[in-house]
Design a protein around this ligand. Structure first.
Ligand code: ATR
Length: 262
């Protein structure tokens, strides 16, 4: 049996094992995907030990994405440009790193963004992936963050525009953690993300996911917008990781059903 897993801390709520194991079963592959809860101090040693333990690949989530890129022997252009990796592949003793969050976001969007305007909220690691992906796909990207200096640094890194409040755009992408707390109301969200007076754009992507619609999704739908939720982005990045490891086309519908749960 071949092994893969998700390295994170915490990682107990990850839906990736259910999603990836369903995909491997559908493809008839003898792979198994597990949670790998690993604190930062043990991250490098753990990754180095994985290939000899039967692992061919791993996904990487909070807080290890930067460390994953740093330890890799080689990296794709996406991972290098974003400065973070969410996927590792182990072959011939070498660790290769990719960032499928970027391609996963574009796949989840499901519409070309060439020539569109995109408004990215947030300035953390997820924002870096989103800004790079949208810019590479030909969108005109603006970035806003509560802490303006972080947005300014990100905008300078990627050569995009920084704005001092969220602005109208064809696509809005929330990469902040606002809405993660299920008690967040729509008013809380509007206050936290300065959405007061802004009409929901035609397409809204919320990287946050939970069991029901997020406050941002409710805001977007009320305004007639189309919502792409965080689980669809999770499916998009997982599909690209699986294809990189196995060379097989990912069974998207099976992965979607498994990620969404019973
Ligand atoms: P990640 O790497 O997952 O993107 P992060 O670096 O912790 O995580 O970034 C979290 C993002 O959510 C940041 O953009 C943060 O804004 P600040 O840079 O101002 O901290 C944003 N965020 C978190 N809580 C927020 C809140 N209550 N209101 C507005 N933005 C918030």
């Amino acid at each position: 049996m071949k092994l893969a897993g998700v390295l994170g801390h915490p990682v107990s709520h990850s839906r990736s094992p259910a999603m990836m194991n369903a995909a491997f079963a559908e493809l008839g592959l003898n792979w198994h995907y597990v949670r790998l809860p690993v604190p930062s101090a043990l991250f490098v040693a753990t990754v180095r030990a994985l290939p000899a333990s039967g692992y061919l690949g791993a996904n990487v989530t909070i807080p290890h994405k930067v460390a994953a890129l740093e330890l890799a022997d080689e990296a794709t252009g996406a991972a290098g440009a974003i400065g973070a990796a969410n996927t590792l592949s182990f072959t011939d003793g070498a660790v290769a790193a990719d960032n499928t969050d970027a391609g996963g976001l574009l796949a989840a969007l499901g519409e070309p963004v060439m020539g569109s305007t995109a408004m990215v909220l947030g300035a953390g690691g997820a924002a870096r992936g989103a800004v790079w992906a949208l810019r590479e796909a030909g969108a005109e990207v603006s970035v806003w963050n509560r802490t303006l200096t972080r947005a300014a640094a990100l905008a300078a890194d990627f050569g995009v525009r920084q704005v001092d409040r969220p602005q109208a755009a064809d696509v809005l992408v929330n990469t902040t953690s606002v809405g993660l707390d299920p008690a967040t109301t729509e008013e809380d969200l509007i206050d936290a993300l300065w959405l007061d007076g802004l009409d929901p754009p035609a397409t809204v992507v919320d990287m946050v996911y939970g069991d029901g619609p997020t406050p941002l999704a409710r805001w977007a739908v009320r305004g007639g917008g189309r919502v792409v939720d965080g689980l669809e982005v999770l499916v998009g990045q997982g599909a690209l990781s699986l294809e990189w490891w196995t060379g097989r086309p990912a069974p998207l519908d099976v992965m979607r059903r498994a990620a969404r749960g019973p």
